[in-house]
Write a protein of this length. Structure first.
Length: 79
């Protein structure tokens, strides 16, 4: 199964919970906002998106739940 991480970088406050939980995917940059490694900008929504598999799902669910302003979401991809 594939899942999409959807990240609204403009809303990020740089709390750093994402990076603390998942250094593989997240890093807080000098601008004080998180970067989702490998993500592509969706020009229509303005959000960054990254497709992940089952192996990374549990960790990213924790990341989503830890974000204090809920600017990170997970969406199950259609088969």
């Amino acid at each position: 199964m594939a899942y999409k991480i959807i990240y609204d970088k403009d809303s990020c406050i740089g709390a750093g919970e994402c990076e603390a939980i998942s250094k593989k995917f997240w890093k807080v940059d000098r601008d004080g906002r998180a970067i989702l490694n490998g993500a592509k900008l969706n020009e229509e929504t303005g959000n960054y998106e990254l497709i992940i598999g089952d192996g990374d799902l549990k960790e990213q669910e924790v990341v989503v739940g830890s974000c204090p302003i809920a600017c990170i979401k997970l969406e199950k991809m259609k088969e």
